[in-house]
Design a protein around this ligand. Sequence first.
Ligand code: PEP
Ligand code: MN
Length: 364
Amino acid sequence: MKDLLPIIDDVTGKKRPIIIAGPCSAESLEQVMDTARGLKELGIDVFRAGLWKPRTRPGGFEGVGVVGLPWLKQVHDQLGLRVSTEIANRGHAEAALEYGMDILWIGARTSANPFAMQEIADAIAASGRASELTVLVKNPVNPDLELWIGALQRIYNAGVRRLGGIHRGFTAYGKHAYRNQPQWHIPFELARRYPNLPIICDPSHIGGHRELISPLCQQAMDMGYEGLIIESHCCPDNAWSDAAQQVTPQMLGVILDSLVIRDVRQSTESLGMMRREIDRLDNELVELLNRRMAVCRDIGRYKLEHRMPVVQTGRYVDIINSRAHAGEELGMSPDFIRAVFAAVHEESVRQQIEIHRAENQEEL
Ligand code: PEP
Ligand code: MN
């Protein structure tokens, strides 16, 4: 994916990020136009509205469907905004392309499905509009970078060069501060492998609550994201979907005005020094982890000799909770510390199981 073009033309090079904003779902012509007028005043680049809503369970509001396409066309024709919507299958792609949508995005449940991605890619190729169209592919719901890359490649192979990724966080089991866990290292790795692929951040679906939008936007800007896609509704509390995470256009204006845009590519001498310090600390961390694993292997041998099981649940819970507490005291997020120690524990268990397996093979 070397010959990619900017997602949209005339905003490249400007100081501000690309802003895509609009309601989670189009509900009525009035709601769409009201919201779009408020957003136009802010000077956003692209209007978004979902027409087909992939709902987790049946019975919820599944979107107005094709009925909303003329509403988006009206936003384009009367207000001069670029318009975008989500597509999840061939039929959506054909209908959206027929109505001249400028940008199509692919949702997280769809990008996890290679069959759906291929039929969308085929529909785009068959439309003859691939070269002018912009397509943004959200990360799949599960943290699988290869699946995300595969979805992007299918669209690229259909002839789309105005291609980008959207980071909207990843599903995790249980209750968490964020609706979808950011796992920032995954989009980072995508950017490392495809440096010219623009990546946009979706703070609305990561955060799930409107109070989290502003800090997530700032974080995304500090990490060098190309733009933001933010859900905005003229009357958020009455929204038919994702009410808790939508903000009014006025509130979005306040959020955008407060953003500090720094040039993240600048590398001053002091930045270089601090990075060398990080490299040194990371090496120390790896060294320390290795020493911890050596003790774990000793414990593994001891358990083997005394016919004890490798995993003892009580011990695992103690480790995670006490480390999370200690980390929190030092100003770190307890969720972050839990994730680190869950990974460390998993590797310790793997190494102990290796010891047991080697011993069993010897016995055979
Ligand atoms: C959306 O953008 O409204 C949407 C459904 O997003 P996601 O696929 O990220 O859940
Ligand atoms: Mn939504």
